[in-house]
Ligand binder design. Structure first.
Ligand code: ATP
Ligand code: ZN
Length: 284
């Protein structure tokens, strides 16, 4: 039987979350420091690689699928298909200059030198903005470049901005936003495509569950219709009579952010004993 081969970052910011998302899909893989590992309970084999190498491996069919940042997918521009965004490793690729520089807009970079590990994305961005700047490609510690006189500014990954701050830099433009994605090779065999579809189905269930909560509350019968209208649920809410006359227990599913919007209205309608519980998997 064929196995789906997944490329995962060997050690870095994506590693733990990549294994974790598989584990939430019921697929357990151990990163034991080897190049390869097999999943215990799914026809899947993991290859542990540098994230920069993942697009090439997937495009060449050495791996069928991979997990990596959108920033690397776009920078490497290989023939891979983005199947799903995964919601972790959120960051942005930004331009930064020295804190004391009087930055105006992107034209500030005209004729200047920018250090980056993302020359492809940066040159496309500069071209779109009509700015002529020279790009100094360096592979690591980009943020020290202005301080040592290697460049006037940098184009680098930022999440909180604290690395920029400690290097005397300020963020001035967002070039792109990024998060982890699942990519696949564009030409998978029918068997492998079927396995990928199973994995995507599970990922969908995990993501739906993360965005939704199970809600239980007690409501006076007279207000059930109004309360149900606020909590439409997957089909409609479940309503069970309480032992106490005139009251019911209502169960439904709500989006976490929508829950906070309706909580005051629920209370206003007389809802009591409101419980909001996590959902592990949700299949629509
Ligand atoms: P490798 O040795 O595999 O090449 P790396 O040093 O290139 O590793 P990491 O620093 O582990 O890569 O980052 C991997 C990915 O995680 C980045 O490409 C980016 O998508 C994302 N990332 C990087 N920095 C952050 C951050 N501070 N917060 C959130 N996500 C980040
Ligand atoms: Zn890398």
């Amino acid at each position: 039987m064929s196995k789906l081969r997944i490329a995962i970052q060997k050690s870095g910011r994506l590693s733990a979350d990549s294994l974790n998302v598989l584990s939430e899909c019921g697929i357990r893989v151990k990163n034991g420091g080897k190049l390869k590992a097999e999943a215990a309970n799914f026809p899947l084999e993991a290859l542990f690689l540098r994230d920069d190498d993942i697009p090439q491996y997937v495009a060449d069919n050495v791996a069928d699928i991979g997990i990596l940042g959108q920033n690397v997918v776009i920078e490497k521009a290989k023939n891979v298909v983005v199947q799903k965004t995964l919601g972790f490793s959120k960051c942005r690729l930004s331009l930064a200059v020295k804190r004391e520089d009087e930055y105006t807009n992107t034209s500030w970079f005209e004729g200047k030198k920018i250090a980056t590990s993302y020359p492809v994305i940066l040159s496309k961005y500069l071209q779109e903005k009509g700015v002529n700047a020279s790009i100094e490609e360096i592979s690591g510690s980009v943020e020290i470049a202005p301080g040592i006189g290697l460049a006037d500014g940098v184009c680098d990954i930022v999440s909180t901005g604290s690395t920029l701050l400690t290097n005397g830099l300020k963020e001035v433009e967002t070039v792109m936003k990024s998060e982890a994605v699942l990519v696949s090779s564009p030409n998978l065999s029918t068997e492998k495509q079927a396995l990928l579809d199973q994995l995507l189905f599970r990922l969908e269930a995990v993501q739906n569950a993360q965005q939704n909560k199970y809600i239980l509350l007690n409501a006076p019968n007279a207000k059930l219709n109004e309360i149900s209208a606020l909590l439409p649920g997957m089909k409609s809410p479940t309503i069970l009579p309480l032992a106490q006359e005139g009251w019911s227990s209502l169960h439904s599913v709500v989006k976490e952010d929508e829950f906070w919007e309706v909580i005051d209205q629920l209370k206003g309608l007389g809802a009591q004993g409101i419980l909001v519980c996590p959902i592990e998997k949700m299949i629509l």
